[in-house]
Design a protein around this ligand. Structure first.
Ligand code: AMP
Length: 219
């Protein structure tokens, strides 16, 4: 079983992917996290990705499709997985369809998180990440804290370079121009659900859990 979480940067995909993968034992595949890990390790991919990510652009499709192809061949994915941040272009969606045709993952759904653009800019500009565990917090959640509430790392909070307001605006434009057409691609092709991403985190998780429970009945 698989879920594809789709939505603009800051719509809550990462937060929900973590909650739902913990609850159901699914693997959380975040292409952004995979790239940030490569940047941290200084691999050839990381060196290439760093500049592109910091400027808010997308990495080339062939690189991203290669990463996903490799990831999807891992055996633990048979228990279920969540894709967070992929596909981001129609070419990526087409390549993913092909891979799904080769590797049978059973039932799945695409969840589209909808959030008003100004709310996204505000949310992204306030968010901070933990260098150690990648969890995301709002800056008032961690005000006065020196220790990450999730992993205990000290002084590990930072603002991602791509969460700077000017970069956020660029990322949203790319989302509208290049990524949004993916929803049209999926319309009629797969089980598509629209979710209001401005609702409280637990309300969104409950909606997603209901979808997963319903999918499980179809297995
Ligand atoms: P995210 O954490 O999902 O917002 O991703 C952070 C950045 O990684 C994006 O702004 C892109 O530069 C890059 N990235 C992540 N996933 C993809 C993808 N599927 N295609 C192209 N670039 C990606």
């Amino acid at each position: 079983m698989y879920l594809i979480l789709f939505g603009a940067p800051g719509a809550g995909k990462g937060t929900q992917a973590k909650i739902i993968s913990d609850k159901y034992g699914f693997e959380h595949i975040s292409t952004g996290d995979i790239l940030r890990e490569s940047v941290r390790k200084g691999t050839p991919l990381g060196k290439k990705a760093h500049e592109i990510m910091s400027s808010g652009q997308l990495l080339p499709d062939d690189i991203m499709i290669g990463i996903i192809r490799e990831k999807l061949s891992e055996p633990q994915l048979r228990d279920g997985f969540i894709l967070d941040g992929f596909p981001r272009t129609v070419s990526q969606a087409e390549a993913l369809d092909k891979l799904f045709g080769e590797l049978n993952f059973g039932v799945g759904a695409v969840l589209v998180f909808q959030v008003d653009e100004e709310a996204l800019v505000e949310r992204l500009a306030r968010r901070r990440a933990c260098k150690n565990c990648n969890n995301i917090f709002s800056n008032n959640e961690i005000a006065n804290l020196t220790e990450c509430p999730k992993c205990g790392a000290q002084y590990s909070f930072f603002q991602r370079p791509d969460d700077d307001e000017s970069v956020i605006r660029k990322r949203l434009k790319i989302f509208n121009d290049t990524t949004l057409p993916v929803v049209k691609y999926y319309d009629g092709l797969t089980d598509l659900h629209y979710i209001n991403g401005l609702q409280p985190i637990n309300v969104v998780s409950k909606l997603i859990s209901d979808i997963v429970d319903e999918l499980k009945e179809r297995v």
